[in-house]
Design a protein around this ligand. Structure first.
Ligand SMILES: Cc1cc2nc3c(=O)[nH]c(=O)nc-3n(C[C@H](O)[C@H](O)[C@H](O)COP(=O)(O)OP(=O)(O)OC[C@H]3O[C@@H](n4cnc5c(N)ncnc54)[C@H](O)[C@@H]3O)c2cc1C
Length: 455
């Protein structure tokens, strides 16, 4: 009996989800079986996280269920801890705690990147990232809770600190998250007569001389001016040197206390790729792939391994600049298309035909900077402000996979047109047993009603 090959996809984000989805569409059951391994049961639509921060999109709506949309793929809930291609096996820690070894015939590595944290004192203890749904929700809730607290505080350092927000890093995640939170703050303050808008202090700290490197310098400069017009401070050519206890110290010497610090200063290679595999990686810890997304180089090809998205250094064939091998930028536009190309090429390989290289000329960039403000740039065309924002929304709602998600997101936007946005913090969901255990008794401090301390 001929055994059907088993394809194991490590990482069910953009590239992994699209690879699995398109393998399902192309391959017959008799040609291969497909499994996807990810600790999360969903693909996160990251470009919508800034709007989750602002409350313009429901948190659940940016999570595309793997089980619902991948009907013929086996979904495995766990995290790869190492990939041993020599023995065609992945060691994984499943979500229920079991350590397992998964064997495969073909591997697809799409584990993405992780937030890059630099050894800045205090950051690991106090900052939040913005790459996952729970982080977006936490940023929103922390800010709204701080408004509630500040409203009851007298003037003074504690109140100033509660009303101070710091974002570190001005890429997509930082600039968009910052702009959206700024927009939420203006909307929310209409319901807080106790707080004057002048009391809010928003800082965006960026080490380089510009923000949003995905758009032209001119458009990037417009974004800075637009944020500053809205009352924010953008610190260019500046780094955060310390954030111990929430006291932010900048390389310019300026220091201030900030209750909410968001770290979005870039991404780093996923450790399972950079440190825990025998597959070839470059100096940055990214998988070396050929233009058709097979792992290895023409000189040292690796059989049976494929990679795409932020975890891989994919040659950008549309570039003519030297050095000859420049890589596609790590973004969703490429990850989606690489996932699809990878599925087509695996299908071709299994059927004995030639693969095709990945080639995609960037469509441009869109970014939101808050409700009604954004940018769209493609080649020489740059639309800023309301039009840019409209294009951002139009593009992103069409780009989120499946009609079911598009309709959910669009219906929340539509409702908000008439009903405005929600401004409540749901921080209390972190402690669902509080009311049940304390029964309203004030003498019980958090450690006493925390689940770990209640028999
Ligand atoms: C806030 C924000 C806004 C953005 N906005 C834009 C935008 O407007 N336009 C744009 O083009 N790009 C944008 N990006 C970038 C874009 O989202 C990423 O480039 C894209 O998600 C990369 O896709 P990926 O599949 O490589 O990785 P991801 O989508 O990150 O998926 C990786 C998956 O691997 C899983 N995983 C990680 N480690 C393991 C492991 N050890 N074992 C198993 N699974 C693992 C993760 O849980 C995740 O599901 C944004 C990113 C952020 C954070």
């Amino acid at each position: 009996m001929i055994r059907t090959p088993h394809i194991l996809i490590v990482g069910g984000g953009y590239a992994g989800f699209y690879a699995a989805w398109h393998l399902e569409k192309r391959l017959k059951r008799s040609e291969a079986s497909v499994s996807i391994l990810d600790p999360r049961p969903y693909m996160t639509y990251q470009p919508f996280l800034p709007e989750v921060v602002a409350g313009s999109i429901e948190a659940r709506h940016v999570a595309v269920s793997l089980r619902r949309h991948l009907r013929r793929t086996t979904v495995l809930s766990g995290r790869a801890t190492s990939i041993d291609h020599g023995s065609r096996s992945v060691h994984a820690q499943m979500n229920d705690g079991r350590e397992v070894t998964l064997s495969y015939d073909l591997i697809v590595v799409t584990a993405g990147a992780v937030t890059r944290t630099l050894p800045v004192p205090g950051i690991a203890e106090v900052a939040l990232g913005l790459k996952h749904v729970e982080e977006a929700v936490a940023i929103r809730d922390t800010f709204l809770t701080a408004l509630d607290r500040a409203a009851a505080l007298p003037e003074g350092p504690e109140r100033t600190r509660a009303l101070t927000v710091t974002f570190v890093g001005g890429g997509f995640a930082g600039a968009e998250g910052f702009g959206e939170l700024l927009s939420l703050s203006r909307a929310a303050l209409k319901r807080y007569p106790e707080i004057s808008p002048d009391e809010l202090s928003f800082h965006l700290v960026e080490a380089s001389e510009r923000i949003l490197p995905e758009v032209s310098t001119k458009t990037g400069a417009w974004v800075v001016r637009s944020l500053e017009r809205r009352g924010a401070r953008v610190h260019l050519r500046t780094t955060v040197t310390s954030a111990v206890g929430g006291e932010v110290v900048l390389s310019s010497g300026e220091r201030f206390e900030s209750d909410l610090i968001v770290w979005t200063a870039g991404t780093a290679a996923n450790p399972v790729v950079s440190q825990r595999t025998d597959l070839p990686v470059n100096q940055r810890g990214l998988l070396i792939v050929r233009p058709d997304l097979r792992v290895g180089s023409d000189e040292r090809p690796v059989v049976g391994a494929w990679a795409a998205g932020d975890a891989a250094a994919v040659p950008d064939l549309t570039r003519t600049a030297s050095p000859p091998y420049l890589y596609t930028v790590p973004n969703a536009q490429h990850a989606v298309r690489q996932g699809k190309r990878l599925a087509r090429n695996i299908t071709k390989t299994l059927r004995g035909s030639a693969t095709r290289p990945y080639r995609h000329r960037s469509l441009g960039a869109v970014a939101t900077l808050g409700l009604g403000t954004g940018v769209f740039e493609a080649g020489p065309v740059a639309l800023k402000g309301f039009l840019g924002w409209l294009i951002h929304r139009g593009y992103q709602v069409l780009a989120i996979p499946t009609w079911e998600r598009k309709i959910r997101v669009a219906s929340v936007w539509f409702a908000a047109l008439f009903l405005g946005r929600d401004i409540v913090s749901l921080t209390s969901v972190q402690h669902p047993r509080h009311e049940f255990v304390t029964g309203g008794r004030l003498e019980l401090d958090p450690p006493e009603w925390d689940t770990r301390n209640v028999a």
